[in-house]
Design a protein around this ligand. Structure first.
Ligand code: PMP
Length: 413
């Protein structure tokens, strides 16, 4: 690997004046097309749910039973555990935190009144989780993400030591961005946590439970049940959505929780709305029919998504020895780890050659990656030929950043 030939290759790529984007985990248009028949599902003949409720009207605050049933089957829960939300699960998470800050957890003391509250954030993690914390001025405490989930020794020590630690973000299946699936042991340790704060809540964001590539769907322990067996029935709040199943802009979301928590959620919801968009729920139910319908749809999606991951992963092979990356079996992201101190430079070099990637630091709270090394690649939105060009640029940028660093070390010694 010599500087002159790598620079030359990079300049050639730059001269092509490409404009490519692998920054956000958006479904490609070809994925969205698979749900197009949902747009012509006719509700003219029947716009009532199985409960007899007229979906055109107000009411049904917790969602129609058949939509709750589909979520329940996908998540391994009971329909009665579930409340249906609007199009975005992030919205439900935001609302929970907003309610806890202002009114406390189930009528307890508001978080805002208790002092500088904190959340545990496994890193690398999801930038929008961190964004919610920043918005509410919640201090974020990064802990390391391992191949089997968060570093549980660190989590246990922290939650037992500080009553201002009020929450933890978890993406248990195909975590964003590492793609790891939490091990059963990790999940059981999470369920056994003994937080010092009685109003500690687990934000269990199960965004990708059915987003596997061909192989068997991961089955994880039921966090509601596990927590309940350990005297923590009220600890978990489980979130999910159809954003990466149907249309992210008009999907259906859900939150599942204990009776106490559901009561708190419904109390807030009853002040927020006279009823959710049940027509959209009904449209989803008529299109997917049941959980098996969802699994069949996901198989079709994986036939589009997996080849894109394969393109990225095989391109990355030429960086063997220079960096490390995750090889997820599902989900939406690949986590890329460069040599220390190179991530910002890689992003800059990519941008210089017309490729937008997620900003360096984005996978850390406050966008601060202390070792400037972790990046996120989102393969789904670009088309295959664009991905090939994007990865050409990315690999050239990684090599160039690496060799620049070597040269600068040499010249300074
Ligand atoms: N959680 C995770 C872990 C995600 O990756 C995403 C989408 N990138 C979301 C939530 C957003 O979900 P929704 O569209 O339902 O708000």
């Amino acid at each position: 690997m010599d500087y002159v030939s790598i620079r030359k290759h990079y300049e050639e790529l730059k001269s092509r004046k490409l404009s490519l984007d692998i920054s956000r985990g958006k479904p490609g248009p070809d994925q969205l097309d698979l749900s197009n028949p949902m747009l012509s599902v006719s509700l003219q003949e029947g716009y009532c749910s199985v409960s007899g409720a007229d979906c055109r009207n107000y009411g049904g605050i917790d969602g129609i039973p058949e939509m709750r049933g589909i979520f329940a089957d996908i998540l391994g829960l009971a329909a009665s555990d579930i409340i249906i939300g609007g199009n975005s699960s992030l919205n439900l998470m935001f609302d929970r935190i907003s309610g806890f800050c202002l009114h406390g957890v189930n009528r307890g003391e508001p978080w805002f009144k208790q002092g500088a509250v904190k959340f545990i954030c496994p890193v690398p993690g999801y930038d929008r989780h961190f964004g919610i914390c920043e918005y509410f001025n919640i201090e974020m405490m990064p802990i390391e993400m391992t191949d089997t989930g968060p570093d549980m020794d660190a989590v246990e020590t922290l939650v037992q030591s500080d009553c201002l630690i009020k929450g933890m973000w978890c993406v248990p299946v195909y975590s964003n961005p590492t793609g790891c699936v939490y091990s059963d042991e990790t999940i059981r340790r999470i369920a056994r946590l003994k937080p010092k704060a009685p109003d500690f809540r687990l934000f269990w964001d199960n965004a990708y439970p059915v987003h596997n590539f061909g192989e068997a769907r991961p089955v994880i322990p039921n966090i509601l049940k596990e927590c309940s067996l350990n005297g923590n029935a009220d600890m978990p709040l489980i979130f999910a959505s159809f954003s990466k199943i149907s249309f992210p802009g008009s999907a259906v979301s859900a939150v599942a929780a204990s009776e106490n928590n559901k009561k708190g959620i419904l109390e807030q919801l009853n002040h927020q709305t006279v009823g959710p968009d049940k027509i959209n729920q009904l449209r989803h139910v008529r299109f997917f029919k049941n959980a098996d319908g969802v699994y069949t749809h996901m198989e079709k999606l994986s036939r589009i998504i997996k080849p894109k991951f394969d393109v990225v992963l095989s391109a990355l092979d030429e960086l063997n020895g220079l960096s490390a990356w995750s090889k997820p079996k599902g989900g939406y992201f690949i986590h890329f780890r460069s040599a220390d101190g190179n991530a910002k430079r890689i992003v800059e070099l990519c941008r210089g050659a017309g490729l937008t990637i997620t900003g360096a630091g984005a996978v850390y709270p406050y966008s601060y990656d202390p070792r400037d090394r972790d990046l996120r690649i989102a393969p789904t939105y670009a088309r295959i030929h664009e991905l090939k060009d994007a990865m050409d640029i990315f690999c050239a940028a990684v090599k160039l950043s690496y060799i620049e660093k070597m040269e600068s070390i040499k010249s300074s010694t």
